[in-house]
Design a protein around this ligand. Structure first.
Ligand SMILES: [Cu+2]
Length: 129
């Protein structure tokens, strides 16, 4: 009986998870995230290319302008890495994201894919001016 109940519970959790996924995949317009980063579909955006290798990003600091849409592109020069900006924007190679930053400040860029022994050292800074 206990086993049967846990199967039902697992099915319920799965159903909830799938429902949540289905409702969050909006690609049109802007999505406001909690910390002042807005995801946008603006086609006039400039490009910020972040190159990743084992185990670092190609710059310690990347600078963008407040309020200007920028398409963040990840290029894996060596290894397989991902980009996580302050836990708010995550992207991988081949799937750039266009965002704008609502206010000046600094955000941490970290690797989002456990890539090996140097993974935790893969940290850079994004400065919004
Ligand atoms: Cu990595």
């Amino acid at each position: 009986m206990a086993k049967r109940l846990s199967v039902i519970a697992a099915a319920a959790v799965l159903a909830l998870t799938l429902a949540a996924c289905g409702s969050s995949g909006s690609d049109s317009g802007s999505i406001n995230t909690a910390g002042g980063i807005t995801e946008t579909t603006d086609t006039a955006a400039s490009e910020l290319v972040i190159k990743a290798s084992n185990f670092q990003f190609d710059q310690e600091e990347y600078v963008v302008k407040q309020g200007e849409p920028v398409t963040i592109v990840l290029e894996n020069v060596q290894g397989v890495h991902g980009v996580n900006i302050a836990g708010q924007i995550k992207l991988v190679e081949g799937k750039p994201k266009t965002v704008s930053f609502d206010k000046p400040g600094e955000y941490q860029i970290a690797c989002s894919i456990p890539c090996g022994v140097g993974h935790v050292k893969m940290v850079s800074k994004l400065i919004v001016q």
